[in-house]
Design a protein around this ligand. Sequence first.
Ligand code: NAD
Length: 389
Amino acid sequence: MPATISREQFLKQTALAGAALLVSSLEGWAGILPDKKLKVAVIGCGSVSNRYLPQLLSSPLIEVVSLCDIKYERALAQNAQYKVNAATYPNIDELLKGVPFDMMVTLTNMQVHGELNKKALLAGRHVWSEKPMANTYAEGKALLEMAKSKNLRLWGAPAVVNSPQFAFMSKTIQEGKLGRIASAHGQYGHTGPTWSAFFYEKGGGSMPDLGVYNMATLTGLLGPAKSVMAMTSIVNPERTVDDKGKIKVEAEDNAHILLEHDKGVISHVMCGFNYFDPHGHEAAGQQLHSIQVYGDKGNMRLIGYDWETNGVVLDTSWTEPPQLLCTEKGGYEWQEGARVTGESIVKGIEPRINVEHALHVLEIIEAARKSSASGMKIRLQSKFPWPMV
Ligand SMILES: NC(=O)c1ccc[n+]([C@@H]2O[C@H](COP(=O)([O-])OP(=O)(O)OC[C@H]3O[C@@H](n4cnc5c(N)ncnc54)[C@H](O)[C@@H]3O)[C@@H](O)[C@H]2O)c1
């Protein structure tokens, strides 16, 4: 071996050493080093944080290092209630300057998701966002471009595509068991949240809060929508909510959305904040179906809500009764998205949840509002990798 090496050889060798270092650090993230946990900050310590925190805290690959809420006492209260032992902050700027973390989990009012997610990405953090991940399709697209340019990951709720029932339905369609697919329907409604006004203010509404689940399920099963026609309305012009008392409802609380998919397939979503449904969030006992898909050789119905599924009824026979199949949850929980995507970063694997899918659903919501206001059919631009299973 020569005692001296050329500059070219030196650069080659150091580049290889650099690559070896990178590989070993990725292996570290892949779980070989147990202390390499993903450090997570949760912003928004309201109602849904009660579902997210136990999920995140249950993961051996994740450490919740910070909690933040502009109602600061909520960050303190959740820290104590769930024994998180995290640093607490009263706003995002202090959060970003504080204890270092890798991923922000956004659980605030819908209207501020876009600006908060942007700040986190600009500061070099991965983001999991509750729905919607931004307030407009353009804003969401810009966020995704920013994330890609900075080699960061961005994901948006919901996590419905993770359920075994979604996988079962998708495979059933892909294997041709329903024949040629024609039509599908999804619905989700209840009498509306009572705790916060933002659900009814501009930028809120039953589509980004409820219809979003069915839109994710139906596009996930049938493929991206090419165009949208919709009617939306406000049925209940005034509400009384815990944080602001009597308020004027500004966002749609009733919506019907028609989606045109490829090959002539049409689906329909119906959602609203004025639907009597005694099951609401206690959905374990729901025996009615929320999603139905029809082909010329069979049909299937998803029992329960698509976010809290209880099985799939499959009907493919002229003579035999329909069968209730795929009744096990397999560990799936609707609030698992941040944990699953966070763990996917640590393990170096790609989760089924796809940010382009969330962006497509955001474009559908915006298009539905445009269609309802104009009476026109709105063409969509976005697509996502499909089939998902
Ligand atoms: N509540 C549920 O069961 C549920 C279920 C699924 C999804 N979601 C979604 O989760 C999100 C939050 O809903 P929620 O019901 O928890 O609302 P919430 O009103 O109970 O909580 C929102 C919290 O965000 C805080 N916040 C608002 N702006 C902030 C900011 N700029 N910086 C830091 N904190 C801020 C508020 O002070 C509040 O504590 C929404 O997108 C909603 O659609 C809620």
